[in-house]
Design a protein around this ligand. Structure first.
Ligand SMILES: Nc1ncnc2c1ncn2[C@@H]1O[C@H](COP(=O)(O)OP(=O)(O)OP(=O)(O)O)[C@@H](O)[C@H]1O
Ligand SMILES: [Mg+2]
Length: 294
């Protein structure tokens, strides 16, 4: 397992063939509002460079977290990897092939769950399986659904609708749905952001357990230093935007399988935590300073 970030200019794709995901010089500009009506109503805006010249290699079976100040471009980056959004420039390769649109090789867990409200827990998961594997028998589809309901601990809640279950359970459905399509990569955008501290801690432990079992490449956005340290092999720290970049990548050396206590007692824990705190504090302070000087 190995992930590296290189300086932007001197990278050769040929030397990086083992990467599962490979980003080169990826930038994203959101076009401004320039129409005459926007000008007339004073809503005209200029183009906005969100992320700038991102270079990143992610190896198979690695758990990577992305952390950075709010609004720096983490979701923009993840959505580009998911194929939900396109980069303005640069190349995004998965197993050497360009990523142009969403695909069953990538399973996404959204912060706001994004479940079908009229469907039961099992139907939400089944819908994803049917969509991705229309040719497998209903019996096999049911087996996959059942297996993933068990995996995330939702046995007993199969027939309930999203509004009849808690936020933590909804997020479990989101995780089960993403895993049920058997993606090569699991993408998670602040998967525990909306949960209370206890549920969050519990689900983090569950994700750690599931990850040990499945060992899929995972890319997770988080605002939580502790969460990133518990789950990740590498932590990508982004600078503030606009034109956000990767500042540094931390290697997380804790042995697996992990639990909270052994992670927190590891000799490297405090130093890594401190480094992340300093990074986030510095970048967030700069965002505030820029805001106040406007
Ligand atoms: N569709 C869009 N059009 C214009 N600007 C956008 C669009 N989507 C995002 N942005 C801008 O790009 C920047 C990065 O947004 P993004 O959502 O990627 O940040 P983030 O790091 O995920 O933030 P958070 O931690 O708050 O979720 C922000 O300044 C945001 O306002
Ligand atoms: Mg975001």
């Amino acid at each position: 397992m190995n992930l590296s970030v290189s300086s932007p200019s001197n990278i050769n794709h040929q030397t990086m063939t083992t990467s599962q995901i490979s980003l080169r010089h990826v930038s994203k500009v959101f076009p401004g509002r320039k129409g005459w009506l926007n000008k007339l109503t004073g809503q005209a805006t200029s183009d906005f460079l969100a992320i700038d010249d991102i270079n990143l290699d992610i190896e198979h079976n690695t758990f990577v977290s992305i952390i950075g100040p709010s609004g720096c471009g983490k979701s923009t980056l993840l959505n580009i990897i998911a194929g939900l959004s396109s980069a303005t420039s640069g190349s995004i390769l998965m197993n050497g092939q360009p990523i142009a649109k969403p695909g069953p090789d990538r399973g996404m867990v959204f912060q706001n769950y994004a479940l079908m409200p009229w469907m039961s827990v099992e139907d939400n998961i089944r819908f994803a399986v049917e969509t991705v594997y229309p040719k497998i028998s209903p019996k096999e589809q049911s087996r996959i659904v059942k297996e993933h309901i068990q995996l995330v601990g939702l046995v007993g809640a199969e027939k309930k609708r999203p509004n009849e279950i808690s936020g933590g359970m909804r997020q479990r459905v989101g995780i089960a749905r993403a895993l049920a399509i058997n993606p090569q990569i699991l993408l998670m955008d602040e998967p525990f952001g909306a949960l209370d501290a206890l549920t969050r801690g519990f689900l983090q432990d569950e994700v750690e357990r599931i990850w040990e079992q499945e060992r899929k490449t995972a890319i997770m956005i988080t605002h939580s230093i502790e969460e990133a340290l518990l789950l990740s092999d590498r932590i990508v720290m982004m600078t503030r935007g606009p034109a956000a970049k990767i500042d540094e990548i931390l290697e997380v050396p804790f042995p697996r399988p992990r639990d909270r206590t052994t992670v927190e007692n590891h000799p490297a824990y405090l130093k890594l935590k401190q480094e992340m705190e300093e990074h986030l504090y510095r970048e967030t302070r700069a965002v505030e300073a820029a805001r106040l000087s406007r």
